[in-house]
Design a protein around this ligand. Structure first.
Ligand code: PHB
Length: 390
């Protein structure tokens, strides 16, 4: 064989090898997971990252013949970061999904990019009602604040709570929580005696707690995002609001399972409405909690479940499209999807692309020496009450 022939053959082999590698890369489905892994919302990012890892360990990393590749990016819950990272993931990495989004402003920031690129945006954490209306490519597996706040508003009225002071985080989901609670509570005859909004970043609750105590409400309605419940409850107890008999009620974010045990006895008896409790008594949840605790050394909270269900939804959609990654086909596949989650039965509303799920009323109790949100009443298949009527 001449040198020339040898060189030609070697060249052909190289071309073949790179074509093979390209085909393999084409066969991979990339998912851009944008989460707050640092900063004030880091516990949300950690929980979702853990849950996605757990799901993939249980279900493998291949769907419909395609390898699933997760590209994790930390946006520190800064919406400008979210936008830049989503853009890079879509344009450079050619991801087929963007997913995660630890806070509402992050989910908002990515929405125009999802629309422009026709890439599904799977919202696994954020909870403002209007998010799914920001793009036809958004699907949510977390919750809305309206789902739980309407229900706790009705519950408060029925359970003899007449005067409430509110403390909510001053951004979109806090405003939803306040609005929907107030609507239901006052319609039932309740009165709001004090209304306080606290900043999202590094809130100091102490100055407001004294005002709350002085207004002598029967209960305090509280919304703070996942990760802040521990410091809130510490200051609530330090100011003696528990001793003054002022109960905390609200959506369950403030009683997040991953912090609950650290709150101590001040949390005992707290009643909240929420979509997930680590004490949910299904076999699936018992297995989920046990495996999560074994792998990550802590209890999963509701953010973990939003991530676990979000990656499930992506797997199930890919299965339904036979591995096709066309954005419209994936969204069509997701609409109306129903499955069993560790939180109970859930589905994706085909009209709004938002999650439909049970909301549970729970009370903090000690079970085997540990604090748990023990569910005692179930509202089945709750759609988001916060959708604007078209
Ligand atoms: C949100 O920003 O939408 C959000 C974050 C954490 C929560 C609830 C809502 O616990």
């Amino acid at each position: 064989m001449s040198i020339r022939t040898k060189l030609l053959l070697a060249g052909a082999a190289l071309v073949g090898a790179s074509a093979f590698a390209a085909a393999q890369a084409e066969d991979a489905v990339k998912i851009g997971l944008i989460l707050p892994m640092t900063g004030g919302q880091a516990s949300t990012g950690k929980q979702i990252d853990n849950a996605v890892k757990l799901y993939m360990k249980q279900h493998g990393d291949t769907v419909a013949g395609k390898k699933i590749e997760i590209i994790l990016k930390d946006d520190a819950a800064v919406p400008d970061n979210t936008k830049r990272l989503a853009q890079e993931l879509i344009v450079n990495d050619k991801v087929s999904f963007i997913a995660g989004f630890g806070i509402t402003p992050a989910a908002f920031a990515a929405a125009p990019l999802a629309t422009q690129a026709k890439v599904p945006e799977v919202v696994m954490a954020a909870g403002t009602s209007v998010i799914t209306e920001r793009s036809p490519y958004i699907v949510r597996t977390s919750f809305t604040l309206a789902q739980s706040s309407t229900i706790i508003g009705d519950w408060a009225v029925k359970n003899g709570i007449k005067k409430v002071a509110t403390l909510t985080s001053d951004y979109a989901p806090g405003n939803d929580a306040l609005k929907f609670f107030k609507e239901h509570f006052t319609a039932g005859g309740g009165t709001i005696v004090e209304e306080v909004k606290v900043p999202l970043a590094n809130p100091d609750f102490a100055p407001f707690l004294q005002r709350m105590k002085d207004s002598k409400p029967d209960a305090m309605f509280v919304f703070v995002p996942a990760g802040q419940g521990g410091s809130f409850m510490k200051q609530y107890a330090e100011r003696g609001l528990d001793k003054a008999g002022i109960k905390v009620i609200g959506p369950g974010d403030v009683m997040d399972d991953d912090l609950l045990n650290g709150m101590g006895d001040a949390a005992l008896g707290t009643v909240t409405a929420h979509i997930y409790s680590a004490a949910h008594p299904s076999q699936m949840n018992k297995d989920f909690v046990a495996t999560y605790e074994k792998d990550f050394g802590q209890r999963p909270g509701f953010m973990a479940v939003g991530g676990y269900d979000g990656i499930h939804l992506i797997y199930a959609a890919l299965e339904k499209t036979g591995g096709k990654t066309d954005g419209d086909a994936l969204i069509a596949a997701m609409k109306g999807m129903k499955w069993e989650s560790p939180r109970g039965p859930i589905s994706i509303d085909p009209d709004t692309r938002d999650i439909v799920q049970n909301v549970y009323i729970r009370k903090v109790e000690k079970v085997n020496g540990q604090l748990y949100n023990v569910e005692f009443e179930t509202f089945k298949d709750v759609k988001d009450p916060g959708k604007t009527k078209k």
